[in-house]
Design a binder for this molecule. Structure first.
Ligand SMILES: C[S@@+](CC[C@H](N)C(=O)[O-])C[C@H]1O[C@@H](n2cnc3c(N)ncnc32)[C@H](O)[C@@H]1O
Length: 226
């Protein structure tokens, strides 16, 4: 797809990963202007240019795909075709590194309250905890958001065992990659930053003797039989 476009639009670090070549213009922008950059891409496409909007991982998961559809609600862009190309999301890579923690039912949440109120995050965390789903947490912290992981941990502990398995994948697939397996009680919130993805296990999630984490696909049957 990238070989076929004249423009690449996205957050600076992602755009910079696309090799420069003749005939390609790279449009790098800041982290918090998703809809503005989507409009730029749509304006270019409206003018007849071939444009790719890039995200890290999968563009449809906490990425630019939804921002492009949001900007495209403007009637001016009614004639611009949008195609979403799937990618490998952080939850899949962290899960594969750890074993098979999302082998059963699981939920995915962003802990960021930049685009939604924290009360809604809490409500959803509570619902997921009560439903005994494995939970993958994106955007757990940032330089300006430093309290959410500890708050989420305290809330989850109201509904989940302190022994609940937790996987922390940091910078997976990159040079500084690390993977930590701990428990909900022992999770050190101060060690979590924006490069981390957390997987909070369900009650059936377990750790093998070799330290790999997995969740039975049939948790109820497995628990009943254990
Ligand atoms: C704005 S979201 C982008 C998600 C991306 N679209 C995806 O599908 O992976 C950014 C968050 O994704 C997670 N993430 C992205 N890359 C990661 C990596 N290499 N290792 C661990 N987590 C990662 C972190 O939780 C980070 O705060």
């Amino acid at each position: 797809m990238l070989a076929d476009v004249q423009h690449v639009v996205g957050y600076g670090p992602y755009v910079n990963r696309v090799p420069q070549r003749e005939g390609l213009t790279r449009h790098a922008s800041g982290n918090t202007v998703e809809v503005d950059r989507a409009r730029l891409a749509l304006d270019l496409a409206l003018a007849g240019e071939r444009v790719a909007v890039v995200s890290g991982g999968d563009a449809g998961i906490f990425g630019m795909a939804a921002a492009v559809f949001e900007a495209a609600e403007d009637e001016a862009y009614a004639g611009v075709p949008i195609r979403v190309v799937p990618g490998m999301s952080a939850v899949q890579v962290v899960a594969a590194r750890a074993g098979a923690p999302i082998g059963g039912d699981f939920a995915v949440m962003s802990l960021s309250d930049r685009l939604k109120p924290w009360s809604l995050v809490e409500q959803r965390l509570r619902a997921v905890a009560e439903a005994d789903l494995v939970l993958a947490i994106y955007n757990p912290a940032s330089r300006s958001r430093t309290t959410q992981v500890a708050d989420a941990q305290a809330l989850l502990l109201q509904h989940r065992s302190p022994d609940t398995v937790v996987v922390i994948g940091r910078d997976v697939g990159r040079a500084e990659e690390s993977l930590t397996v701990t428990t909900l009680a022992d999770l050190d919130a101060s060690s979590i930053d924006m490069k981390c993805l957390l997987i909070i296990g369900a009650s059936g999630t377990r750790v093998t003797g070799a330290g790999q984490v997995w969740t039975p696909r049939f948790a109820e049957r497995s628990r009943a039989g254990s």
